[in-house]
Design a protein around this ligand. Sequence first.
Ligand code: TXA
Ligand code: MG
Length: 350
Amino acid sequence: TNYWVVALTDSAEHPYIQAAAELLRSGKCVAFPTETVYGLGADATNTNAVENIYKAKGRPTDNPLIVHISHVDQLNTLVTEVDEVSQLLIDAFWPGPLTLVLPVKLGAVSPLVTAGLSTVAVRMPAHPIALQLIEAAGCPLAAPSANRSGRPSPTRAEHVRDDLDGRIEAIIDAGPTGVGVESTVIEVVDGRIHLLRPGGITKEQLTAFGTVLEAGAQDIEAGIAAPKSPGMKYAHYAPQGILTLVKGGSIEQVALQIQHMIDLAQAMGHSTGILTYSEHKNRYHADLVASCGSLAQPDSTAHELFAALRSFDDANISFIVAEAFADKGIGSAVMNRLEKAAGERILRLL
Ligand code: TXA
Ligand code: MG
């Protein structure tokens, strides 16, 4: 696997970007930075190329991919229609971490991209290198997060190398990503915004453009077609150790409870890890106490989450307890990822 370091200011003419674009045009996979996480790109119109993505990641082929474009105009080649609310959201948030599910134009992308659905997920990333690369390749790029299926998403090029070295053609390294969690995925139905995956654009930001229905909540309302994201059913973001999430309670209660669980696990022979705000770090003792952002900077938890989860794997931690983080703004996306990593193992303090 080629490993190419570029600067954020490099243009589409840069030799590495040209080389990557050439690989993409010939049906190969290239990992590249976006403002959310690193993506594993391939020509969305070429079925062999898209197949290579699924193979490299070990991803189930019934989980569709996001198509990345570099110009708003490119959208017309991919979808049959853009409803009014979707258009307003595009005007407001592109380029940026918002993915829209729209009716796909027949034959515009490989059926493997959409996993046979009648819709396609599209976004325009707010990252100069991603935009230059799409531009240079001259085709829309299908790109899931560039991790092995089931692993935390990569926020640094080294994470991509750890997971996919030898399985893909090239990695473009432009440093750590900014947002740190994936894009928000939405589908507008009858003017209402269905939130399929919380992410970089917050629910609060979307609310200005219409009613926002969260996944699950819409099922309660009878008679409304509830759009779903196939990806939601998969256990994502799992570190190798068992992760338990502790919700509710005061920080004093939480710290007592977590330390108690850790001490028991340690006595049973586990290697132990704790995920916490940096301000709470000195409340704990474990083999690895990983801080995940600061109470004082709400966006920093999203920025640091996936690297922190990977640090537990690097240290071979078998038992992890995570504090709950503030469930608002981008913190909602952080909590969504942690709840998925925890599965059933969520402890609620009164
Ligand atoms: O930030 C991101 O979105 C990153 C970067 C690389 O752009 N990409 C990413 O892709 O997270 P991926 O494949 O890991 O997640 C795509 C999500 C999945 O949950 C998938 O089920 C959903 O988008 N999705 C894709 N096409 C869909 C469709 N037609 N309808 C509903 N959900 C769809
Ligand atoms: Mg992913």
